[in-house]
Every structure is written in C-alpha cells, then in structure tokens.
Design a protein around this ligand. Structure first.
Ligand SMILES: Nc1ncnc2c1ncn2[C@@H]1O[C@H](COP(=O)(O)OP(=O)(O)O)[C@@H](O)[C@H]1O
Ligand SMILES: [Mg+2]
Length: 410
C-alpha cells in the first residue's frame, strides 16, 4: 500500500473543474505531512464546543484493516450511498489499531469505488467535520487516502441511526421524551451550522438515516458529504444542482422535471428547515418520509399524507405513532405538529429559523413536563388512514411526485 497523503484545508467547496485541478496537484503533493491541521477555523468552530484546534489523524489502510478485523462482514454497522460502515477499535492515546473490544470504538466508512462524485463528497466531509466540533455533530477522528482507497474514521455511535429506531421491525420503540430530546439535539446541530459566519453552512441531507445516536440517545448529525456554504453578503441564495433525498427536500428546491435528475435550484438554510419539519413528522408518526407501501405501490410523501389530518387540532392524534401506545402529552403533541407545519411552510420566508425551533421545542417540553401521560383514545384507526391514503394517492399522482425516488439523488 502507498502512503496516505495530506489534503490542504478548505479544498472541499470546489466545482467539478476545480476538483480536477485539485486532483492533479494533489497527486504531486504525495508524501507530504501525514496529519492535517486546519488552520482556517470558522467562527462556529471556535465557540465553546471547540476550545482547541482540530487535528485529524491520517490512518494507513493497513491500520484500518487491522482495526476492523480485516473489514469482516460481521463488523458492518451500516451502509449508505457512499459505501459500507464497519466497527473497529483503536488505542485511545496513540490511535493505533487495538485488539477488538479494547480501547476506543470507531466507525470506519469506506467509499465504494473511485468516482469523482464520491471523492468530492469524501473531501467535503473531511473538510466540514474536520473543522467543526459541536455536541450534536458526529466527531471525525481521521481519514485514509491511499491509492484508490478513501475512508473516514468516526467516533462510534452505539445506538446507530434514528431510522432504525423509528422504522425497523423488532426494535424497541423510543419514548416520547427521547423523541423530543432527539428533536432538540438535531435542531441545535442545525442551528449551529446555520449560524456559522460569514457563510452559513447548509447541511442539505437531513434525514433519519443521517441522525446518529450515542449511548445516551444524544443525537448527532453525520454524513456531511453534501454540505455546502450558504450565500455571503447581499446574496440571498446559492444556486446548486439538486441533491439530497426526496421526501425530505423542500418544494422550492426540488422541481419535478422530466426525470429524477433535476435542475439547478436556489439553496438557502430554509431548505434544511423544511427537511427538519419532515423529521419531526417522522418522530410523531413513526412513518417514513416517503413510502410506496402506504399507497399500494405508489410512492407517497409523509407530508402529503399528514397534511389533511392536521387541518384541525385533534387530527394530530390520528397520525401519532401507535407504538407510543398513546403515552405522550396531548397538548405537547399538538404543539410539535403545529411547529412541524411551520417548518414545512411552502414559502421558505415563513419557516422559522432553527434557533427559533430550539426555543419553541424547549418551551413545549417544559410545558409538558408535569403532564401525566395517559393513553389517548384517539389512536389512528386503519380505516381513517385508508380514506386519507386514497385522497392523497390522487394528490401525489397529480403532482407528478410518483417520479421521485427514495435513495439520495447524489
Ligand atoms: N459513527 C457511526 N457510528 C455508528 N454507526 C454509523 C456511524 N456512521 C455511520 N453509521 C451507520 O452507517 C450508515 C451509513 O452512514 P452514512 O455516514 O450516512 O453513509 P453514507 O454517506 O453512505 O450515506 C448510517 O445510517 C449508520 O447506520
Ligand atoms: Mg447517509
């Protein structure tokens, strides 16, 4: 195996032509320093969550092979569009590979194959997670870039991703209190990114699969491959190719074109607020952002399914996750549903900021603290859902959303 090579700071925000230049000069920089230090630290990363300059460890491929027991299939903990994620162990102090079950547990993400898109996302993730530290962002420990191999090494999140807790069969359902804590954590993580100066960071791929949970169920945003800097100065938006995951993407950002690869669109932090609204609905309902089973083979978004129920205040009880067994504060659930609708407002200007969402959720949880949670008599009945399903199926069809695919549009 060859040497791992260093990467200059802040090279991730590049166009594809810049990326080619980078790849060329990058080749020439082979054999340089094995540890990256990001000199340019943004304001956000200098806040109290980030008291020290950040170094990333450059691992060799062999280090990570040893740490993951030769990338054994039984150490796979997840898989996304980028590739597989393996569990491994390293020494806490030296960061050298350690015996399984000893030292610090890590998660190692392996890029599937050498592609410009994948490499660019890898660089973006190294760049953002290398310089940002916050209690609600997953911690990147290091990386490996050796020959064709591109890997990322994170702190391991023992409870995995939120998606598994909400939707996987056989997994114990999470309580209302934990759901609300996760909602606040995610809102704080996004608010931190959005308040970065001078260019707000737009996360662009908020979804349950990218929200990881530590042993205490503290939520952390992961997967920064699609993150981007927002507009600076007088500009109101940046224009980008549409990426992200349908079902979570804001309507002004996604345009239904002739196929699922879409046009250039305006990107602002308010696109993340919309996706956050979808995650809130998932936490309330225990239903996926997009699902083709709900509507008998036709893909249907959760937002379209939920909206008719939320026309009146009591309708929220019909969409609540039945696995909660009615154990949630009724006023609290209504208030969270109302907040979700605000985040999902069609006009981005009318959506709240993530900082406002944090305040609102804290108020709702404080207000609900002393309320005894009694099972609600109004758990969604399959018949009422079916009626709405039929109505929404037509809606979805008319709007052409049946074209939209669930996997990330990268
Ligand atoms: N640090 C981690 N600890 C535990 N599991 C992880 C970690 N990082 C990723 N995973 C698992 O791997 C899955 C895919 O990771 P992700 O970073 O989203 O990859 P991709 O870029 O391919 O979407 C996650 O949904 C999660 O289940
Ligand atoms: Mg992912």
């Amino acid at each position: 195996m060859g040497m791992c090579v260093g990467k200059p700071a802040n090279v991730a925000h590049v166009s594809s032509s810049q990326f080619m230049d980078y790849a060329k000069s990058h080749h020439e920089r082979k054999h340089r320093s094995k540890t990256m230090t990001f000199k340019k630290v943004s304001k956000a990363s200098r806040d109290e969550n980030c008291p020290v300059p950040i170094n990333l460890k450059a691992f060799t491929f062999n280090d990570l092979k040893t740490a993951t027991k030769n990338f054994r299939p039984d150490s796979i903990v997840g898989e996304g569009g980028f590739g597989r994620v393996f569990k491994g162990w390293i020494d806490e102090t030296t960061l050298d590979p350690a015996k399984p079950g000893t030292g610090q547990v890590i998660a190692v993400k392996v890029l599937k194959s050498e592609s410009h898109q994948g490499h660019r996302e890898w660089l973006t993730e190294v760049d953002y997670l290398g310089k940002l530290r916050h209690k609600n962002l997953v911690k990147l420990i290091g990386y490996c870039e050796e020959c064709e191999n591109r890997l990322l090494v994170y702190e391991f999140m023992p409870k995995g991703c939120l998606e598994n807790h909400l939707f996987r069969k056989g997994v114990e359902p999470i309580s209302w209190a934990i759901r609300m804590r996760i909602a606040i954590d995610v809102a704080e993580g996004l608010s931190f990114l959005h308040s970065n100066e001078p260019d707000h960071i737009i996360y662009r791929d908020l979804k349950a699969a990218n929200i990881l949970l530590d042993s205490e169920f503290t939520a952390r945003l992961s997967d920064f491959g699609l993150a981007r800097n927002g507009p600076v100065g007088d500009n109101t938006h940046v224009s980008t190719r549409v990426v992200g995951t349908s079902g979570y993407a804001a309507p002004e950002y996604v345009a239904t074109g002739t196929n699922t690869r879409l046009v250039m669109r305006h990107l602002t932090v308010k696109n993340d607020v919309y996706s956050y609204g979808v995650v809130l609905l998932e936490l309330l309902s225990g239903r996926r952002a997009i699902d083709d089973e709900r509507a008998g083979g036709i893909e249907e978004t959760l937002v379209e399914w939920v909206k008719p129920f939320l026309i009146d205040n009591r309708g929220v009880f019909r969409i609540m996750d039945t696995r909660l067994g009615g154990r949630y504060p009724k006023k609290g659930a209504q208030a969270v549903a109302a907040l979700a609708l605000k985040c999902l407002h069609n006009d981005p200007k009318n959506r709240p900021t993530m900082a406002e969402v944090v305040v609102a959720l804290e108020e709702i949880t404080n207000m609900s603290k002393n309320v005894v949670e009694t099972p609600s008599p109004l758990i969604a009945s399959p018949r009422s859902c079916t009626r709405s399903k039929q109505k929404n199926r037509n809606l979805v069809h008319r709007r052409g959303l049946a074209n939209v695919q669930n996997p990330p549009l990268r």
